[in-house]
Ligand binder design. Structure first.
Ligand SMILES: Cc1cc2nc3c(=O)[nH]c(=O)nc-3n(C[C@H](O)[C@H](O)[C@H](O)COP(=O)(O)O)c2cc1C
Length: 365
């Protein structure tokens, strides 16, 4: 009997041919000046079209949303034209692809920001983190707190990026609400000390995310929009005093948008699936009415079991997709996996990007 992981699923408006998803993976190979992707990206994503859905590397929604060198954008006509080549190639290869919409907030540096400005954040509190600039790894800069009257502009940037994504031929967008970037910075208490309508109570801390979702689902139907959250992850130096309470509120509030899916990083991103006492991923999942996509340290057996038992509708794989362009096929055949080389995760051109072997190449001879 075919295991459910390998069977199709309708994810909002997107017909996924299986429940294996390529998780969003920043690879830092875009043109640093224009934020445009190139021919290598076309090849890289087309190679991975066997996934039920590809979620692209995070793409900044504005110049201010950028935090690392060589990450792509989705706000100029040039970026749209460049991404169109990627979406065409993935569709031609039989795949589906959504783009992750990113504003890094305080995880940035004055050298990366327009006119050397301070990065923006809910509050003027620096993260104890490093980022890549042209000078190598440097501590992230102290941000400035966004003014109340700037909030509509932030929402408008998400809406603009959504329209650009539609124009570029994507099957949908994923709002990046995870991993300590802007929207997560607003939701969590360690980075949000505001005393206006966007800080303090859970309702206020969730306000920006919900306004963004309102804008994005008006610009494109909710069934083309996914959301990524990481309620219990400390990624990018972030913490919440009561994440269970915060995210029970957030997830209940999502249901009215009719989203294509909720994508959850379960535990600490890329590190551990453990959560603290009182933190309950299954409970959060139950509160969401729609399709649930699970991520974080899944292997084949775990993914098969999660989908079979209804704990997840889809499973997103991150690092395994870097090293295995044909991961979905390998999982289905229970074939061995290539090991990824962490040295080439970020930057490095073709090497460690488009040159990982397919199964036929591995087994030939
Ligand atoms: C090289 C690399 C780049 C990543 N870039 C992103 C990103 O752009 N957006 C995002 O939400 N998560 C990003 N992540 C996190 C992954 O999507 C995923 O949550 C994490 O790797 C855990 O899944 P895995 O155990 O299947 O790798 C990145 C992870 C790695 C290793």
């Amino acid at each position: 009997m075919t295991q459910k992981l390998f069977t199709p699923l309708k994810v909002g408006a997107i017909e996924a041919k299986n429940r294996i998803v390529m998780a969003p993976l920043t690879r830092s190979r875009a043109d640093n000046d224009t934020g445009e992707v190139g021919d290598l990206h076309v090849e890289y994503y087309a190679q991975r079209a066997g996934a039920g859905i590809i979620i692209t590397e995070a793409a900044q929604i504005s110049p201010e949303g950028k935090g690392y060198i060589k990450t792509p954008g989705i706000y100029t006509e040039g970026q749209v034209a460049a991404w169109k080549k990627v979406t065409d190639a993935v569709h031609k290869a039989g795949g589906k692809i959504v783009i992750q919409l990113w504003h890094v907030g305080r995880i940035s540096h004055v050298d990366i920001q327009p006119d050397g400005q301070k990065p923006v954040a809910p509050s003027a509190i620096a993260a104890n983190m490093k980022t890549f600039t042209g000078e190598g790894m440097v501590p992230t800069s102290e941000p400035r707190a966004l003014e109340l009257d700037e909030m509509p502009r932030i929402v408008a940037d998400y809406v603009h990026a959504t329209k650009m994504a539609k124009k570029a031929g994507f099957d949908g967008v994923e709002v990046h609400g995870a991993n300590g970037y802007l929207l997560d910075q607003f939701m969590k208490t360690s980075s949000n000390k505001r005393d206006d309508a966007y800080g303090g109570s859970v309702e206020n801390r969730a306000r920006l995310l919900l306004e963004v979702l309102e804008g994005v689902t008006n610009a494109w139907d909710g069934d083309h929009v996914g959301l990524r959250l990481s309620p219990f992850s400390p990624a990018n130096d972030i913490a919440d005093e009561n994440p269970q309470e915060t995210f029970e509120y957030v997830i209940r509030a999502l249901n009215k948008f009719g989203l294509a899916y909720l994508h959850m990083v379960e535990g600490s991103t890329g590190q551990s699936r453990d959560v603290k006492e009182g933190e309950d991923i299954a409970k959060l999942r139950q509160l969401f009415d729609g399709v649930y996509m699970a991520n974080n340290l899944y292997d084949r057996d775990m993914a098969i079991e999660a989908v079979e038992q209804g704990k997840a509708d889809l499973v997103a794989f991150g690092r395994p997709y870097i090293a295995n362009p044909d991961l979905a096929k390998r999982l289905e055949l229970n074939a061995p996996l290539n090991e990824g080389d962490t040295k080439t995760f970020y930057a490095g051109g073709k090497e460690g990007y488009t040159d990982y072997p397919f199964l036929e190449e591995t087994t030939a001879e």
